[in-house]
Ligand binder design. Structure first.
Ligand code: ADP
Length: 703
């Protein structure tokens, strides 16, 4: 859909109705639809207030894989979110919708006011299978073997009832020799069928394991590439649940499908045999099965919606469990077990309630289906008895038909239920994994194509503005940095100083591209950092944060992750520069000591020093130290400062340090206040020129 409307009440109303209809047709959930209607209406009325009734909206909807995207471009008088009052709600500003007219703001920047909504719509089974096939394809040989073996075993399964009926007839005729012969054939058929099934299970196992390995590796890789902001907003539980449960559901897809298809072949064979033996019995069986199939289809639809609600609750539950395990120590020390337990209970209750609702829906339908099935079995026997007494069927044929029905009646509907349940689960898991591999719901970090390995380390901020909450529904934008400009020369050591919350860490986050600026540009050696490829950008800088993550592996391996080729000497040198060599050497296993998860068996100060050693091992042109020595005593901190003095001039260093004594020797100090540079200069210059800096320094001096 592509349309342009005026921002008057009537047009807004019609647009919302039209878009809702389109979303409903695409299968968007009722709750999402309602939320969309309400927020869009509020948004458009907000814009009507700003742009006036003559303002226009350009609307475009598109479906890409399993996402339906609605984009609205607001056209009217100039509106720059950087300058408007903060009360205005801005959903999302996307640059890149080429056909939407852009605005030239007074300061020369160009932008478009674009609202963008993205909905997950149901992917078709075919799309989902194609997605899964990517991971199963490398083991297609084994899949082929499994399906072939299973199809061969179908033939035996059709022969079985005929042989059984023959044995009964021969027994009634007391034909001992024939009975033994037929029994031997039946034994051989069953044995062969068992061997085929064992081979088939082995082949499926291979397919399952290979598929799961590829799938888990790809999803993990994708999760690592997701923008930091998305992980923070959504919590880790969501990703853990998808990586563990959904990948395994998907890996079973082709096994289950192939398994079920061969069973279907068997039932088709049985139905064909029935049609030949007795058309009347065939018609009765088809009617009975169709009723059950219709009910199963209905059950599946209800089950799919309830299943999706349950999975969302399960993700919230996994999220809090993850936090409780990771933050267990802090929870105990904060004496906050009570609050966590009650939150946990709430989430368990909602997950269980939705699970029960899901189960209850299935149970109700299954009860009705079993009633019809049992009634059907009764009717079938009555018909057989009628035909026998009327002389229209021989005893042997009646026995074969009865055998067939017992293989078909109950198992066929049960099989159908299994297939439909499986398809529901499969589609749900697929949608959730495609959310991760697709870009629209969890955008991935994007890098440019410029590859440079010998950068000098000149950093420049050009009119950079940034907010953490742009793009969130119903929150007013709070700018952390506004039009910030500064330049750092190659080899210069610059300290960022300012009150807590003034934007220091944000500057580091932007340089390392954990976030991107809303407007303006950051360059390294004159090149926009967005244009560098991942390796050039992240490879040219080492970042040490206040609470660095130390992995659950040996100290040596923790250091090796940044430099695979490090020599023993380089490793020990880096540890010595970071003043942690003595403590490592005093441990019984020295560098092979395995540290607990997150470096739990190390002190805060040891973690920081190990991270500094890790950063120094990388030998980068840019070193970003964000409160990297905050947990150290003054003497150790001074020793590290001396170590850093040794690399002074060789690389660009940006330091954030709470203790000003650690940065007095910096070439330049930038004093930040509310995301703006209030003053800059050396320590001595700032003591004279900046009252706020002097106050911070004097207060620290008195402590
Ligand atoms: P500083 O390092 O100077 O203490 P920060 O750059 O960490 O300041 O934070 C600047 C502002 O941005 C603060 O108001 C803080 O609350 C906010 N902020 C920081 N990180 C996030 C985040 N991940 N999400 C939302 N707001 C954030």
């Amino acid at each position: 859909m592509k349309t342009k409307i005026l921002l008057d009440n009537k047009s807004i109303d019609r647009l919302i109705t039209d878009l809702s209809a389109e979303l409903e047709k695409a299968g968007v959930l009722k709750d999402d639809l309602l939320r969309f209607r309400l927020s869009l209406e509020e948004m458009l009325l907000d814009y009507q207030y700003i742009l006036g009734k003559d303002g226009e909206v350009l609307v475009r909807t598109s479906i890409k894989s399993n996402k339906l995207e609605i984009r609205l471009a607001l056209l009217g008088k100039e509106y720059n979110p950087l300058k408007e009052s903060e009360s205005l709600v801005l959903i999302k500003t996307v640059h890149g919708w080429e056909s939407a007219p852009s605005y030239q703001y007074e300061d020369g920047t160009v932008g478009k006011n674009i609202l963008s909504f993205s909905f997950r719509v149901r992917g078709s089974l075919k799309e989902n299978l194609t997605f899964t096939w990517k991971y199963t394809q490398p083991s297609k040989r084994y899949l082929f073997i499994a399906v072939l073996l299973q199809l061969i075993s179908v033939v035996f399964l059709i022969i079985g009832p005929i042989l059984s009926a023959r044995i009964i007839v021969e027994l009634t005729d007391v034909a001992v020799y024939q009975v033994i012969l037929t029994a031997l054939v039946l034994f051989a058929v069953n044995l062969l069928s068992a061997v085929l099934m064992a081979g088939c299970n082995w082949a499926y196992n291979v397919v399952y394991n290979k598929t799961l390995t590829l799938l888990e590796a790809d999803i993990s890789e994708n999760v690592l590439r997701i923008e930091n902001k998305e992980i923070e907003d959504n919590g880790t539980g969501l990703f853990i649940q998808r990586l563990t449960v959904d990948t395994s559901n998907l890996a079973t897809a082709f096994n289950t499908l192939a398994d079920n298809i061969s069973q279907i072949c068997q039932y088709v064979g049985i139905l064909a045999a029935m049609l030949i033996v007795s058309p009347l019995v065939f018609v009765v069986v088809v009617i009975l099965l169709s009723t059950q199939i219709a009910l199963e289809l209905r059950r599946q639809k209800v089950s799919r919606d309830n299943g999706r609600v349950y999975r969302n609750h399960a993700e919230r539950y996994t999220g809090i469990v993850g936090e409780m395990v990771r933050g267990g120590k802090d929870i105990k020390l904060l004496n906050a077990e009570g609050q966590f337990e009650s939150e946990l209970k709430d989430r368990i209750v909602s997950a269980n309630d939705s699970r029960m609702k899901w189960d209850a829906g299935n149970r109700r339908y299954r009860l009705v289906i079993s009633g019809i099935r049992e009634g059907g079995a009764l009717a079938f026997i009555a018909i057989l008895a009628g035909l026998l007494s009327a002389g229209q069927l021989s005893v042997a044929t009646a026995l074969v038909l009865f055998n067939y029905y017992s293989k078909l009646g109950t198992p066929a509907t049960a099989l159908l239920g299994t297939i439909l349940d499986f398809v529901t689960q499969f589609n749900l898991s697929c949608e959730r994994l495609r959310d991760i591999t697709d870009d629209s719901l969890f955008p991935k970090e994007r890098f440019g194509s410029i590859h440079k390995t010998n950068l000098n380390g000149e950093i420049e901020f050009k009119k950079v503005s940034f907010s953490y909450n742009i793009g969130k529904l119903k929150t007013s934008t709070r700018w952390v940095l506004q039009n910030l400009s500064f330049r750092i020369n190659p080899g210069e050591t610059v300290a960022l100083v300012g009150r807590s919350g003034s934007g220091k860490t944000t500057i580091m986050n932007l340089i390392s591209r954990l976030y991107d600026p809303f407007s303006g540009m950051i360059t390294i050696d004159g090149i926009n950092i967005r244009d560098f490829d991942r390796e050039s950008l992240r490879g040219c800088m080492s970042v040490v944060t206040q609470s660095p993550y130390i992995f659950q592996m040996s100290i040596r391996d923790n250091l090796r992750i940044v430099n695979q080729d490090m020599t023993e000497e380089e490793m020990k040198n880096a540890a010595a520069l970071a003043c942690i060599d003595g403590e490592i050497e005093s441990k019984p296993e020295k560098y092979d000591t395995v540290v607990g998860e997150g470096g739990i068996s190390l002190s805060g100060g040891q973690r920081q020093r190990l991270a500094i050693a890790r950063a120094l091992l990388r030998d980068c042109k840019i070193l970003l130290l964000d409160e990297a020595t905050s947990a150290l005593d003054n003497v150790t901190q001074d020793n590290i400062r001396k170590s850093l003095d040794r690399i002074k001039g060789k690389c660009t260093v940006i330091i954030i340090a709470h203790r000003l004594s650690t940065i007095v020797g910096a070439d330049r100090i930038l004093y930040l206040q509310d995301g703006q540079i209030l003053a800059e200069g050396t320590h001595d210059e700032l003591l004279k020129s900046c009252a706020q800096y002097r106050e911070l320094y004097e207060k620290e001096d008195k402590q």
